[in-house]
Ligand binder design. Sequence first.
Ligand code: NAD
Length: 296
Amino acid sequence: MAADIIDGKAFAAGLRARIAETIPAFREKTGRAPGLAVVLVGEDPASQVYVRSKGKATVEAGMESFEHKLEPTVTQDELLALIAKLNADRTVDGILVQLPLPKHIDEAAVIGAIDPDKDVDGFHVVNAGRLAVGATGFVPCTPLGCIMLLKDRLGSLSGLDAVVIGRSNIVGKPMAQLLLAESCTVTVAHSRTRDLADVVRRADIVVAAVGRPEMIKGDWIKPGATVIDVGINRVPGASEGKTKLVGDVDYASAAEVAGAITPVPGGVGPMTIAVLLRNTAVAAHLREGLSPPPTL
Ligand code: NAD
């Protein structure tokens, strides 16, 4: 039996529409729109594409987008001065610094300078700590998007065995915390894990965030399991000179065994920006002393 496809693109479109619906009431109460500031240093082509799509999606949701493009030669002090200005700006509810930063800049120092209540990427250590102790805070967008898809598919996750493959601060670790908060029994696998296939075989939920094309094979998957593929890998395509995107899971074989699976593209990918907009709308409500609408 072929797995059901988890349509992240459709879910993300629904979330974006729900966010947009909350903005007129926010404007009415506060006289302004929620604002997201995106800081881009240098000219990395992939980062430029991400920043452009974030700006477009922000405006489409009825929010304000402030883009700050800095030269690759900008000093750390100049960047920190911009962060301080954005922290103090009451029209800015969310601050996102596009990573990676040039080598002469200490990423941790820059992320650490963002007001945690404007840290809509959820990368500040205060927000990582809030997540770890179960306090309210901002959660990194990609893993929060994965949890939304899982809950939409499965309802309660309580008691399920979950395996997260990857232990990065951006995806793997917060993903494990979120699954734990949903009362899953969580295993975090990584590059030193022994018998990865056996570990994955135990899981009702598999979240793959490795960055290795099609590494997780169908015969590693427990029949009926729910598979969330975070990986985005560019590999040679069918014709000369062309490339295509594949996930960390070998989709064709996994879809034969899994109960449900996210495709790449069109699964987790579209969730990340939608959740960023959601976090920005939540930040805006909280900063104005308003309760975030339950639809967010
Ligand atoms: P990362 O490189 O920071 O972390 C990769 C993790 O995989 C590491 O913790 C490492 O221990 C583990 N790993 C490496 N080789 C392994 C192996 N052979 N077996 C088991 N574990 C192994 O990457 P990341 O930032 O967490 O991203 C992971 C993937 O997710 C990448 O493909 C990235 O492009 C993708 N990603 C997608 C989105 C999205 O919006 N969908 C967002 C962030 C990252």
